[in-house]
Write a protein that binds this ligand. Structure first.
Ligand code: HMG
Length: 388
């Protein structure tokens, strides 16, 4: 029998604050429906200076690991484009905060929003070589475009942690994925910049083109068609993007198959609508939202489209497993603990994030109830704290 490898567990974490996008629309002189309907976002995560990709990644991972997993993890891979160091991998800090054994491999991978998928594919290879081991993949990012920019409404932050193993509880990944890469300047962030640069409309066209090319090639090679999928999960930089891509494929098709794909896209969009772009984690937060809110059954096939600007896309598929709900840490999707901030509070927090500053700093921790916090910087070293 062929060994199945895939996603065994998933959990999510975001920041303790959010901005209501109706407030942002009013402050920016836009019709709120442009943000709510045209972009498809209701709220976005706001990042206090005491949170970064390390604290978010540690929180997401701590929500899924049990004692057995801790013993079996051979490798921790953090996928991010919001790295905090040009040399040291964020995974080392995360491993330390999680209290994992020192005999663990720790690395960071990058290719815009795509690298969470690359990490999963690399993890599959490691597990295939030694099925006893599990690989912890964490996709963690802070999407920053800048105040008063076109991309501002598509900001967000959070992390999705996934355990990749043999005989996975959730999704058995199938062979036959199609990856596509081309040198494209649709979105990038030079080493000296703390905010992304983007050719927004162009980026949406490249995204759709990459989806159609990878999906068509996958279908050709695997002899599949739309009816073979219970749902298509998309990278969601903003939720309307998934709708644009799905509609480009469905065209005028109005039948039960396309209706189910459309309904399941709405289910996928539900949680991302409230959080915003997670960059590397967006596809996987969407997948969690689909599994909680959608019409999908064990044994059915889910298609996944991963996209990272620059650009790289991959279409792949997985079969939903009988006990997927046991691996899905649905409680981690609860957002009721978050506190709303005003636009001026959001702007102040935006400007306080630790960016290119070289000086020592101590942050006021009293406003952040999170378990893992960044308390400041001393001698160019980030200081992390774990609260009990
Ligand atoms: P914009 O110019 O502010 O918005 O940029 P717009 O004028 O294009 O309007 C957006 C939509 O709202 C349009 O609908 C309008 O019709 C509609 P569409 O034609 O797109 O279907 N609209 C309204 N709807 C209802 N009521 C109204 C109303 N007014 C207008 N009153 C843009 C939007 C997304 C370009 C901008 O926010 C941006 O640049 N965002 C960042 C880039 C991005 O997210 N690109 C996505 C593809 S690239 C990607 O996914 C990779 C990425 O995640 C990064 C990575 O890989 O690391 C970004």
């Amino acid at each position: 029998m062929i060994m199945q490898i895939g996603i065994d567990k998933m959990a999510f974490a975001t920041t303790p604050y959010y901005l209501d996008l109706v407030d942002l629309a009013q402050a920016r002189g836009e019709d709120p429906n442009k943000y709510l309907i045209g972009i498809g976002q209701n709220k976005q995560a706001v990042v206090p200076p005491t949170q970064d990709i390390v604290t978010l990644a540690a929180e997401a991972a701590s929500r899924l690991l049990d004692d057995h997993d801790r013993k079996d993890i051979s490798t921790v891979i953090v996928a991010t484009e919001s790295g905090i160091d040009n040399s040291k991998a964020a995974a080392i800090y995360v491993k330390q905060l999680l209290g994992l054994d020192d005999f663990v491999r720790t690395i960071e991978v990058k290719e815009a929003c795509y690298s969470g998928t690359a990490a999963i594919q690399f993890a599959r290879g490691l597990v295939a070589l030694d099925p006893q081991q599990k690989v912890l993949v964490i996709a963690a990012d802070i999407a920053r475009y800048g105040l008063h920019t076109g991309g501002e409404v598509t900001q967000g932050a959070g992390a999705v942690a996934m355990l990749i193993s043999a005989d996975p509880q959730m999704l058995a990944i199938e062979s036959g994925s199609v990856a596509l890469s081309q040198d494209v300047m649709d979105f990038w962030r030079p080493i000296y910049a703390t905010e992304a640069m983007v050719d927004g409309k162009y980026s949406t066209n490249v995204y759709i083109d990459f989806f159609q090319r990878t999906f068509d090639r996958y279908c050709q090679r695997q002899n599949k068609q739309l009816s073979d999928f219970a749902a298509l999960a998309f990278h969601l930089p903003f939720t309307k993007m998934g709708k644009k891509a799905l509609e480009a494929e469905l065209g005028d098709q109005e039948d039960a198959i396309s209706q189910r794909l459309r309904d399941n896209l709405v289910a996928e969009q539900a949680i991302p609508r409230e959080v915003g772009n997670l960059y590397t984690g967006s596809l996987y937060l969407g997948l969690m939202s689909l599994l909680v809110n959608g019409d999908v059954q064990p044994g059915e096939r889910i298609g996944l489209f991963s996209y990272g600007s620059g650009a790289e896309g991959e279409f792949y598929s997985g079969i939903l497993q009988p006990n997927y709900q046991d691996g899905l840490k649905a409680a981690s999707l609860a957002l009721d603990h978050r506190q709303q901030v005003t636009v001026s509070e959001y702007e102040a927090l935006f400007n306080q994030q630790l960016g290119m500053k070289a000086e020592d700093v101590n942050f006021d921790l009293s406003q952040d109830p999170s378990r893992f916090v960044l308390s400041g910087q001393r001698d160019h070293q980030r200081q992390y704290l774990t609260r009990s």
